[in-house]
Design a protein. Structure first.
Lengths: 477, 366
């Protein structure tokens, strides 16, 4: 992966920049020591690393503003960082950049059940938001699988999803307002606790802009009353096509499950070996979960299993207890761990129209043979968001490159099928150079024109999202 | 000007040297009439893709909304956000279009649970003020590839580009609906009970107080489910409730959605978006007929012509839009809430980027 050369002029004034930054934050909030900086050299895309010039961990919006103003005046790039769980390299630093981490901004500022919102500092973890309101029967809906560790700041930057977004939407559908620090240090409020923000939907533009337009220090999030209960059903089929058709029929029938998860044979086998969830031996497995009171769940699951029976399932396993529900989810939830225990893997995140599912899975199978690398598929079938896991051996010369080439082909296939490169992980550096597969130069230019408005000097997370050659002139200016 | 293809639309805008007035069905026009010839999108019509099994529909911007709704109804699906039809309120004829609905980010009572138009909009194609054709988003409901200009286009009232095609995420039409209707309540009591209802797990997707002070709460789902939920909801809330079902329920929510209470009545109409718990005090300050929706988060107010209601309400955690105003009111007051200077600067910067010559609905949003 190519990264731009560090700017020698910036490296040359490192000392002065450090002195200025030290004057606006607490002593321990500016990290310059090489060993300590090492912890910030990558995010969850660990194949790519680079030591940043410095790391700064501000404790207030005012400190963030001061840091940004100084970096803006000095022309130093800033790479924002939430909890560093990005799978796309969204917070990969460059040698001439300062990492601005929001890890010390973790307060819950306000909760209103009457108006159903919570206001938090952006460094708080996703799960801690739900943790702050669940004892009163509420929750925060977007639930990325890294929710124990990932920060709301990163969720907003990447517009994170999760397993339950078929019903509840993704981050952008649950975000009401932000405090945003712009690159020049000015602080603005967008939205608030009311449902629709005024003027242009800048909140919608900020969400998913991968930390390139500003740094969110506070966020107002919608909270929802917890459902009375939830229960899954597990269905096993002897082909991906049949399972795909079943998903489509469930959706057409007017049931809106809270989650529909799909696993193919390689994934089922790996999960079974790892977690012993008792999954049947089959080609494709669906886990469908619905919510409500016991009677409501019975009614919906009745309808779903009736549809499934028309597709001749090998097995239908309706959970009868809390324990059985846990067991059904156990395998799915350990899918990534299971893969990690046997192999190095690369996790993709393309989305396809649900109708193209059988075709895309078949093509991936064929390509797997061509590239000589195994693939396991696990994904959110209700919304078409796939997570193919390509297995490789990082110690084997050439394997990583082969894996990346294979991954790129799968993502191109997603776009050809009418889908997109990334459904919830973001572009970062990982898919940056594939953007021209999905977008025309004019489409990309339109997006870059938005960054020109928010960050005319292109200092904020500059070498991400857009193909390097497309953004080169702007970054150099 | 009436282009029949995206290419023609692009040619027209590339050649435009003076402002144009962008028009879908012409049924949602608010603000001061801008200068210029009308550019209609009516010629860009037709549903281009509908996959019921994927809950997605793509339509050209000029497609009559009714055509889309009919196609969806045949498959038992709908647009989740219940778009308001402004014709009666604004006293206009015409055919609401898909593009106009998106440009206005038009949502209705269900917004409180199912989100606004912008939340169901998953892709757009549009032509900017320089004539460049741009696409963003797509036809899949989970997509974080690049910046979300789809949201930017929703509610931009044709000032950043002329929409040529829009994609939506759909929902199934539930089997049954029921509405609980209260006796007259004060705004305070109404907001309190609506907040409690929206805080239950029964997925209340309409919570409004009509101008006569009665609170309506709607639930939708399978028939059995609705029988259970309406009883559970009544028990949770206490008090006396009248039950409306089927057509009676649908008709009530159509009236609330379209604010028919103020149709044909003299006076200016304002739409105010606030935090529900702030609503009672604002209603008292406004001291005029009000319809509350979104659990108190959306106020429709009818006041005497020419009154600066926005000024009278004072500092607001939210915003006020002049939806229908007498000529004198519109000449004096902007339709949209003026923004703080740094936010207004961003908005102006975006307009310069997407409409460098200022030809699209000039002056409409600042």
């Amino acid at each position: 992966m190519e990264m731009p050369q560090p700017n020698p002029a910036i490296l040359a004034k490192r000392e002065r920049v450090m002195t200025r930054l030290a004057s606006v934050v607490a002593k321990d909030a500016l990290i310059t020591d090489e060993a300590e900086r090492r912890a910030y050299e990558c995010d969850a895309l660990t194949a790519y690393r680079c030591l940043p010039m410095a790391v700064v961990l501000p404790a207030s919006t005012q400190e963030v503003a001061d840091i940004m103003r100084i970096c803006h005046e000095e022309g130093v790039p800033v790479v924002p960082r939430g909890a560093g769980t990005s799978l796309a390299g969204g917070s990969l630093p460059s040698e001439d950049a300062v990492i601005l981490g929001v890890a010390r901004l973790r307060e819950v500022l306000e909760v209103s059940y009457a108006d159903r919102y919570i206001r938090v500092q952006s460094g708080i973890t996703n799960l801690a938001v739900t943790g702050a309101v669940e004892h009163d029967g509420f929750f925060y809906a977007p639930d990325p699988s890294s929710q124990l560790a990932c920060a709301i700041a990163g969720n907003i930057a990447m517009n994170s999803g999760g397993a339950h977004c078929l019903k509840y939407g993704v981050t952008t559908n649950n975000l009401l307002g932000v405090t945003l620090v712009q690159m020049d240090g000015s602080v603005i409020e967008l939205g608030g606790a009311h449902l629709d923000a005024a003027g242009y939907d800048l909140l919608g533009v900020i969400c998913g802009s991968e930390g390139q337009l500003g740094i969110v220090t506070e966020a107002t999030l919608r909270i929802l009353p917890k459902p009375e209960g939830a229960r899954p059903v597990l269905m096993a089929f002897d082909s991906n096509e049949v399972a795909g058709a079943c998903v489509s029929d469930i959706i057409k029938a007017g049931v809106l499950p809270v989650a529909i998860e799909f696993m193919d044979r390689p994934c089922i086998r790996a999960c079974e070996d790892f977690a012993h969830a008792g999954y049947p031996d089959c080609e494709a497995l669906l886990i469908v979960e619905v919510e409500g009171s016991d009677a409501e769940i019975d009614e919906q699951l009745g309808l779903i299993t009736q549809i499934a029976r028309r597709h001749n399932p090998i097995e239908l396993r309706e959970s009868q207890s809390e324990e059985e529900s846990k067991k059904i989810w156990l395998g799915r939830k350990s899918a990534f761990g299971a893969m990690g225990s046997i192999n190095d893997y690369m996790c993709l995140d393309g989305t396809i129209p649900v109708s193209s599912l059988p075709f895309v899975l078949r093509r991936i199978g064929e390509m797997s043979k061509e590239f000589g690398l195994d693939v396991a598929n696990v994904f959110h079938a209700g919304d078409g968001n796939m997570h193919p896991l390509i297995l490789f051996d990082a110690n084997k010369p050439g394997d990583l490159e082969r894996c990346e080439a294979f991954g790129a082909e799968i993502l191109k296939l997603c776009v050809e099928a009418g889908g997109c490169l990334t459904g919830e992980h973001g572009v970062g550096i990982e898919k940056r150079d594939l953007m021209s597969v999905q977008f025309t130069p004019e489409d990309l230019e339109a997006q870059m024109r938005v960054k020109d408005v928010f960050d005319p000097k292109w200092l904020l997370n500059p070498a991400k999202v857009f193909p390097l050659n497309a953004s080169a002139a702007r970054r150099a200016a | 000007m009436n282009p029949t293809s995206e290419d023609e639309l692009s040619d027209i805008l590339r050649a435009a040297s003076v402002p144009v007035v962008v028009r879908g069905g012409g049924t949602r026009m608010i603000g001061k009439p801008g200068p210029g010839e009308v550019l209609s999108t009516a010629g860009l019509s037709g549903v281009t893709l509908y996959e019921p099994g994927a809950l997605t529909l793509v339509a050209r911007a000029g497609t009559p909304l009714l055509e889309v709704e009919d196609a969806l109804a045949k498959e038992g699906q709908r647009l989740p956000f219940e778009p308001v039809d402004m014709r009666a309120l604004l006293g206009r004829e015409g055919v609401p279009s898909v593009g106009g609905m998106v440009a206005a980010n038009a949502s209705g009572p269900r917004r409180v649970q199912a989100g606004a138009c912008r939340d169901s909009l998953i892709g757009v194609r549009f032509v900017d003020g320089a004539g460049t054709v741009i696409k963003n988003g797509g036809r899949v409901m989970k997509n974080v590839t690049g910046y979300d200009l789809v949201k930017l286009m929703a509610g931009s009232w044709g000032t950043l580009g002329v929409l040529s095609e829009c994609s939506f995420k759909l929902l199934p039409v539930p089997e049954a609906e029921a509405t609980l209707l209260s006796a007259e309540m004060t705004p305070e009591a109404a907001v309190e009970v609506m907040s409690r209802a929206l805080g239950t797990p029964f997925e209340v997707n309409g919570a409004a107080r009509s101008i006569d002070g009665r609170v309506a709460l709607r639930i939708e789902g399978f028939a059995e489910q609705i029988r259970y939920r309406r009883a559970a909801l009544m028990e949770a809330l206490g008090g006396e409730w009248e039950l409306l079902e089927r057509d009676a329920s649908r008709e009530l929510w159509r009236e609330i959605r379209d604010v028919t209470a103020f149709a044909g009545r003299e006076g200016d109409v304002w739409r105010v978006s606030v935090r529900p718990s702030d609503a009672p005090a604002l209603v008292a300050r406004a001291d005029c007929p009000v319809q509350m929706d979104w659990g108190g988060g959306l106020l429709w107010l009818l006041c005497e012509e020419g009154r600066d209601l926005r000024g009278d309400l004072g500092a607001l955690n939210g915003h006020a839009t002049l939806i229908r105003g007498a000529e004198a009111t519109r000449a004096r007051l902007p339709a949209f809430q003026p923004e703080p200077a740094p936010v207004a600067a961003i908005a102006a910067g975006l307009r310069r980027q997407f409409d460098p010559r200022g030809v699209l609905n000039a002056g409409m949003m600042g």
